[in-house]
Design a protein around this ligand. Sequence first.
Ligand code: SF4
Length: 147
Amino acid sequence: MPGATEISRDLKPFKIGIVPCNGEEICAGSVTRFACRKVLDELRKGKTVTICLPLFIAGDKGEQQFASRFPTITVDGCDKRCSAISTERLSGKPSYSIVVTDLLKDKGLTLSESPRVLSETDKQAVDIIAEEIAKKVDELLGEAGDA
Ligand code: SF4
């Protein structure tokens, strides 16, 4: 995950900021982080960047300026919406907010109980979440997906 210095070198208006929550305690948090990495590293590589949520909350100016200057998609594991709330409080309203448990409920998927070992269904959930994030990236960039 790039830090503030790396982000400041990489500031370009055609990139979208992906802000995952840091849920470690439940499976929904784990699949959130895996899905965001899939978007960043594969599906929309080069068009997305991420920021460090704990550093952002700690008040790092580079992280907070990034989220206020560029469109952001927050991705939260559950309806506590830690990332969306933090982003809105500290930087500005996210362009789009995804709550993974709501998305998966709509798709009829139930996650396993384990935050450490992903089941086949959990892996399927990662793909679904990643595709949803990628779709929103394309919408914000005003283009059809070409990845
Ligand atoms: S949104 Fe839910 S899963 Fe994510 S960090 Fe907050 S409480 Fe944990």
